[in-house]
Design a protein around this ligand. Structure first.
Ligand code: SF4
Length: 221
């Protein structure tokens, strides 16, 4: 007799907004999937850079969905149900480090690499799927041109990407949640930077605010 640990990751799309957070939550829990997480659908670009699908991050619909899902999870108050983003936001609010890259890390250029069949090494696979400028500049190196793993860190592409990820923290440095969130996902931050310079318009900001307001009475007792 084998037992399996099942973890699910849902991609939130416009269709998910129609389904609503309660049905998503009930679907997982009723199917005995009690550890899950979710990510916003990223925009898709054609090879010529034409944007084919809309941004979900940072949008009001996305924030509303996430905050309602948090409320459902919080009010259920079942320690056997784990939604990783919420657990790690709570961890950071309580002063601990995050274990997921969506928050609390900020820079992923030095820890996440994706190897493609042609030998190209990119950061997280969110990046090369699209055709915009940031993405086409995000190739770190080609495996045929380096002699060892440490060659990645000496590559010009690596230095360029690291520099870009650091520069993209600009909007975050004035954010009241920076010491917890650390800039969120680097790719989502590029999307944020392309839309605003105001941290208060960031999805993560609004999610942190919502969660903090929900639990602050308990923190103060
Ligand atoms: S602006 Fe958003 S991504 Fe940046 S630190 Fe603040 S909450 Fe995080």
């Amino acid at each position: 007799m084998y037992s399996f640990f099942i973890f699910s990751l849902a991609v939130i799309t416009n269709d998910t907004f129609h389904i609503g957070p309660k049905r998503l939550f009930d679907f997982f829990v009723n199917n005995d999937i009690k550890t899950f997480d979710f990510l916003p659908q990223e925009p898709i670009f054609s090879n010529t850079g034409e944007q084919l699908t809309s941004y979900l991050y940072p949008t009001e619909n996305y924030v509303k969905f996430v905050n309602e899902l948090f409320d459902i999870w919080f009010e259920r108050d079942d320690p056997n149900i784990h939604i990783l983003l919420f657990k790690d936001i709570l961890r950071t609010i309580l002063g601990h480090s995050s274990k997921i890259c969506q928050i609390g890390q900020g820079i992923c250029a030095n820890v996440t690499f994706t190897l493609y069949p042609n030998g190209s090494i990119y950061p997280c696979d969110k990046f090369p799927r699209t055709g915009n400028t940031i993405v086409s500049e995000s190739e770190i190196a080609n495996i045929n041109n380096i002699k060892s793993i440490s060659g990645i860190f000496a590559a010009e592409g690596y230095r360029r990407l690291l520099q870009k990820q650091i520069e993209s923290l600009k909007v975050c440095l004035s954010c009241k949640w920076y010491d917890k969130c650390k800039g969120g996902c680097a790719y989502d931050r590029y999307l944020l930077n392309s839309k605003t310079t105001n941290p208060a318009e960031c999805s993560n900001y609004k999610i942190y605010e919502h969660i903090y307001n929900k639990i602050k009475d308990q923190l103060e007792t």
